[in-house]
Design a protein around this ligand. Structure first.
Ligand code: CP
Ligand code: NVA
Length: 308
């Protein structure tokens, strides 16, 4: 069973194969990401369940469109309207869904829910974001970097802000794909040490630098994300803003990175908080390519899961 649960749980060669396939499938659409079906229909006759316990725009639409382009069908399910975890165990939901559908994508809160789903499902399970990681996003981000600037191996990626779930998957990718990673943010919002240690053990440089101006020196890519994630209590909002204000990605900060450094944000964004519109809409920003590439990257992930 091939689940796509996290970047560090997927082999380097499989990650590379998915990225290459995503690029090839994107190219085959000749600049038309929308609408028409792919020439081959690798998901013909397949049904995919898309389960959301949290809101989503990009993940929901890109998975849905991707499955349809490949000839499959989807059902989008809201966790709240299911028995998931309250009317029955996650394991029982996994066993039942496996009798109806060919693949499950789930966005949930606790990672334990994803892992239990994967343990008991007899069909592939894909991580569509948990409180801890967001691997599909980073596959799209790597695809985006490489289509603009070539191989990401050996480059320097700087994350400024909250060391959250998206940051965690970037650190996993650093270890697996061989690029350096610098986190800059306040100590209370550091990424988990376990993730940093793992990437370091894989031989890449992972640094924690409190001064954002020093951190971005020599950066090939500067990344940020919301200061308050969906799983964070709104009561922490003011404290987080106070802690993170100095880590805003603005034109002054970008000017200290390499001149051709790209800027990324997984979206949704709070403009003028974690990043200014001048940066988000500026010449180095590739935020909407990232959003589009969710579609192409996830199509390759789904094909890998199903072996088609
Ligand atoms: N980037 C991302 O996962 O966006 P959504 O929350 O809209 O799916
Ligand atoms: N860190 C954000 C990412 C949203 C795509 C969150 O978890 O809310």
């Amino acid at each position: 069973m091939k689940h796509f649960l996290d970047i560090h749980k997927t082999s380097k060669s499989d990650l590379r194969q998915m990225l290459d396939q995503a690029a090839a499938m994107k190219a085959a659409r000749n600049g038309h990401p929308k609408g028409t079906k792919d020439a081959d229909q690798p998901l013909a006759g397949r049904m995919v369940a898309l389960i959301f316990e949290k809101p989503s725009t990009r993940t929901r639409v890109s998975f849905d469109v991707g499955v349809r382009q490949m000839g499959g069908e989807t059902m989008v399910l809201s966790g709240k309207e299911m028995q998931l975890g309250h009317g029955e165990t996650i394991a029982d939901t996994a066993r039942v869904l496996s009798r109806y559908v060919d693949m499950i994508m789930i966005r949930t809160f606790e990672e334990a829910v994803l892992l239990e789903m994967a343990e008991y499902a007899t069909v592939p399970v894909i991580n569509g974001l948990t409180n801890r990681t967001h691997p599909c996003q980073i596959m799209a981000d790597v695809l985006t970097y490489e289509e603009h600037r070539g191989p990401i191996a050996g480059r320097k990626v700087v994350w400024s802000g909250d060391g959250n779930n998206v940051c965690a998957s970037f650190i996993h990718a650093a270890g697996q794909l061989g690029f350096d990673f610098t986190f800059t943010g306040p100590p209370t919002l550091d990424p988990e040490a376990e993730f940093i240690d793992l990437a370091r053990a894989q031989g890449v440089r992972v640094e924690v630098e409190r001064d954002p101006m020093k951190a971005v020196e020599g950066a090939d890519l500067v990344v940020t994300d919301t200061w308050v994630s969906m799983h964070d209590s709104q009561s922490t909002r003011e404290r987080r803003h106070n802690q993170l204000r100095g880590y805003q990605v603005n034109e002054a900060l970008m000017a200290l990175a390499k001149p051709d450094a790209l800027f990324m944000h997984c979206l949704p964004a709070h403009r003028e908080d974690e990043a200014t519109s001048a940066v988000m809409d500026g010449p180095n920003s590739v935020i909407f390519d990232e959003a589009e590439n969710r579609l192409h990257a996830q199509k390759a992930i789904m094909r890998w899961c199903l072996g088609v």
